[in-house]
Design a protein around this ligand. Sequence first.
Ligand SMILES: Nc1ncnc2c1ncn2[C@@H]1O[C@H](COP(=O)(O)OP(=O)(O)OP(=O)(O)O)[C@@H](O)[C@H]1O
Ligand code: SF4
Ligand SMILES: [Mg+2]
Length: 368
Amino acid sequence: MTVDAPVTNDATSGTDHLLVVDDVRTHFRTSRGLVRAVDGVSFTLDGGRTLGIVGESGSGKTVLSRSIMGLLPKRHTETPTGQVLFKGNDLRAAPRKELQRIWGCDVAVVFQDPMTSLNPVMKIGKQMTESMRHHLHISQSEANVRAVELLRSVDINEPDRRLEQYPHQLSGGMRQRVTIAMALGCSPELLIADEPTTALDVTVQAQILDLLQAQQRQRNMAMIIVTHDLGVVAGRTDEIMVMYAGQVVEKAPTRELFTRVRMPYTEALLQSIPRIEDNVDTRLKVIPGRPPDLTSPPKGCRFAPRCSYTQTKCLEEPPPLVSEGDHQYRCWFPIGTSLEVDPPTRRDGALAPGVVATAGTVTTGGAD
Ligand SMILES: Nc1ncnc2c1ncn2[C@@H]1O[C@H](COP(=O)(O)OP(=O)(O)OP(=O)(O)O)[C@@H](O)[C@H]1O
Ligand code: SF4
Ligand SMILES: [Mg+2]
């Protein structure tokens, strides 16, 4: 195993990427102090590729997505560093008019709750055609034809009739199909789906995810799927980026992540996914404790208070993001490497004072 030098911004260099997110930080000023919701995230995404962003509630997934889109309220928000390049254009520096053209046209978003995107007092047809007419400069009748085609492409039956209906007349799954159809209206090059199925029941969830995947392939769009559930992105993404407490803690091609997990947090997420071979009475593993307060994250590894492998070094020094080929992770003692903590020193459960081993108990060399 080779652990390279810490990843630098070079990881995001190059002009060919569709999207470059470079050292993005988004902090909120609150009465409790500065909430470091996104704290130095970098990644790139190429056309036609799919990235899954995974992490527990509060890890910064939505703030990151909104930071990419420039959809954060300016008041109380600080962006001390960072660049978001879409086709080489810096979205953070783009004028409002340019951003409005990009939103909903080149880059589209599907949110968790379809009612966030749909106007409850406007007919589906009007909502779908308004945006297309505005962005594509087409006539009402052309927009109507396109709306019917789009509804059909997302498997909505009787599309002509649906155009005359209001959102409350559709089921939750149908509403989400409509928001996906709307998002696809201007043939975006990038679709960001933030927990697109969390509000839906399990059978509809799978249908919507299949639909997104089929549309992504047909249109050769780039797609970011944001979810708290690693199972959702397992067979549907090229790459997975795991976030914890505002930072990237592991990122790898999907198969690599599932076969050679390095970061204990990712391992814990994997262990919390139900498996088909589990008995009905099998209890899922939960990650002990809670994510840290982002106004004062732990000084060392942010996952240390909950990690089963914590060593003294983890409590004292923040691990850098290191790379092993196209696999990146943030851990002093990565699983499956020569640095891994010896099994007898592993602990099961949250950090208990006095039971941590020292870094001297592991084979050293490389990451630090
Ligand atoms: N406007 C805001 N002001 C202050 N703190 C905020 C604001 N928006 C988000 N946060 C905080 O930023 C952190 C990241 O929030 P975010 O919504 O990105 O989490 P998430 O990973 O999307 O979680 P979930 O899975 O629940 O959607 C949280 O601690 C949240 O409380
Ligand atoms: S650095 Fe230490 S505490 Fe953090 S994930 Fe790795 S082993 Fe666990
Ligand atoms: Mg969220």
